[in-house]
Structure formats: C-alpha cells, structure tokens
Design a protein around this ligand. Sequence first.
Ligand code: CMP
Length: 403
Amino acid sequence: MAIDVTEILQDTFPDLDAEALATLAPLVRVQPYPPGALICREGAYEDVFYLIVAGEVAITKHLSAGEERVLRYSGAGDFFGEMALIQDQPRSASVRTTQPTTLLEFDRDVFEHLMVSSPGLAWRIVSTTFDRLRTNDQAALDDLRDAYTILARLDQAKLDFIQIAAHELRTPLTTILGYADMLRDHPAAQDPVVGGIAHGIAQGAARLHEIVDGMLDITKIDTETLNVARVPVLLRSVFTELKHDFRDVLAERRLALEIEQGDDLPLIEADPNLIYKTFYQLLSNAIKYTPDGGAIRIASWLSDVEGIGPAVVVSVQDSGVGIDPAHHDLIFEKFYQVGTAAQHSSGKTTFKGGGPGLGLALVKGAVEAHGGAVWVESDGYDERRCPGSVFKVVLPLRAPDQG
Ligand code: CMP
C-alpha cells in the first residue's frame, strides 16, 4: 500500500498550511522496519526524529544491574527520538520495533524547522518530553531503590558471614590461648628460646582474639542488639587504665601521651566496657598514624551540647599524618580503609599499620548507642608535615532511654 506522506503530515500537524506541508513532504523519509529493529540506541549520538505511521515500538532503559526496563510501548501517531535533539544529548533510551513498523524519519534540521513552523507541534513535543523526563526520573529512582535493596542484602550477608566466622574462630582461639599460657608456665619455658616462642604465640593469639571480638561487636551494633549497660563511669580512670595498657608501645615508639582533665569532671552514665573499647580504638589509631617521637593528647571537659544536652566532650589529638577531609565521614563506615588493603600491614600499633577497617565503625556505633556523637577534624593527609587529627567524642552525662 502506497503511503501518502503529505496526508500523514497533515493529520499529524493540523496547524501546518498547504505550502508548509509541500515544503516538508520531500524532506521526510518513509521507512519500513521488520520486528526487532533497533531504531534508537541508548547513549548513542543520533540525529533523527521519528513518527510512527503503523506498527509498534518498545522504549527501554538500561538498569544498573545490566537488565533492561520497558518504559512504554508506542503505536501509530506517537513520536520518539525528540529528546536527544532538544537537549543535544545522547539518546535517553533505546527504541526497538516489536512488529513490522513504518516510521517517518526527520533529520535534525527538518525537525528544527518543524518545531519553528508548527507551534502546535512544538507545544505537544515539549509537554510530552516533560512527561517523559519525569517518568525517566522515576525510573532512575526505582533503579536506585532496587540497587539500595540489593546492597543492603549484600551488606547483611557480609555481616552474617562475619558473625559465623567470628564464632567459629573463637573456639580454636581460646584453645590456642590456653595452651600458650600452659606453655609459658611450663618449666621448659625457662629456656629463653622456648619462652620467646610461647610469648609470641600468646601475643598473636591475644591480638586475634581482639580482632574476633571486634568483628562480633560490629555485627551486634549493626543489628542493634548491642546491650548498653548504664553504670557511673569515671572517664579519668578509663584513660589511666589505657595509658597503663599502652605503656610499652608508647615507650617503644617514643610517643608522649598527655591526659588533661579537670578534677571536677562528673561521672557519666555509660557502659564501661564499650567506653573502654571506644577510647582504646581511638588511642591505638592515634598511635598507629603518628610517627615515632610524636605526641598524643587526650583532653576532656564538660559542655552543654546542642541536641545532646549536658555532656562530657573528649578530644583525642595526635601529631600524626592527618586525614583528608574527603574521608572524614567515610572512615566511620565499616570496612572502609583509606588507601588500598594491600598497603596495610596488620599491626595494631605499628606506624600506619592497618586493620580490618572495623575500629571506627565500632567507635561510632558505641558512642551513638550512648546517645552521643563522634567526628574527626583534620586539615588533611600529609606524611611529611604531619598536620595531625583530632577525634572528638561527645558523651551525654545521662544515657537516653533505651527503646
Ligand atoms: P531520545 O532520547 O532522542 O531517544 C530515545 C527516545 O525514547 C527519547 O528521545 C524519547 O522519545 C523516548 N523516551 C525516553 N523516555 C521515555 C519515556 N519515559 N516514555 C516514553 N518515551 C520515552
């Protein structure tokens, strides 16, 4: 059946006069396509506008997971391919025929001429395009929501794995620790070589125990099953205990640890175990990222903090390599490490020694479980200049009600 281009144009653009139609008709191509033909390719720079004379096309968009979503099917009288021309951008979607389809094709200059000479058409195209942009936004939002759901599921799977692995590791570790203790007490350990080996095993196993405990804590924080005790805690005694626990490392690395706090600092209502872990982590980080001979200072004071109320603020300041502001929020996310994992040694207190990337997530979880807040201040990362970092922890005097 012969196609009368002028007639189709007249039906489609009723506000064009005979002269305009006569000018337009020879510039338009009539093109039949078999089913499955790719007319527009998402992301491609293409310069043609289409009007469907007969048949049907499917308009689809790629999703992040590699799948395709059908936005809609269009039939006779509909147009497509205008968005790339109006926006001067690549195709926003792919368009394929679903059955034998005949299209009218307009090149960019003809399309532009049409838009100018037919205000009715221009208006229809603009309003349709707005609708499409809105639908595409919605599709992108749905896509994001789907991706978020998948990520949350993967995150949970990772936490489940960590929890199982940590539980499984605990039992043999306890055995190793027990045997190492027995070996240390054994007369054979009088021999300096055997004694040294026994000490090495005990030390390594104790470190592993700490890591495994941290892994379990993180899974608890994430599932919000962390039990927060509320007893009066004297922060000064926590810091004194830490200074004692880290005394060998501090001496070995020639690091000065200064603890400054007024005698009138009140007790806080908190979980002593979690508070100890929090400052243990912050102090071991300060040691890890401060070169030998540097200084660390823990200061605390009473303050009325907006949104929290009466609280003790603790700052843990070091003279270390500092942290790039781009990482200030991310370092509190679990598994996040600055730099690649391969660059990290696993030492707890060796300079720039890494770790499993859970420490600060634990700090954040523990502090927030107390109704407090934690953040870092640092001018940036510089291994030569060592601008240092300050971690600030706000702990309310009274823990909020647990839900
Ligand atoms: P363009 O971006 O040039 O190429 C792909 C075409 O698909 C696009 O122009 C529109 O004509 C059409 N398109 C894109 N998104 C939608 C949508 N949500 N609904 C209908 N058509 C669309």
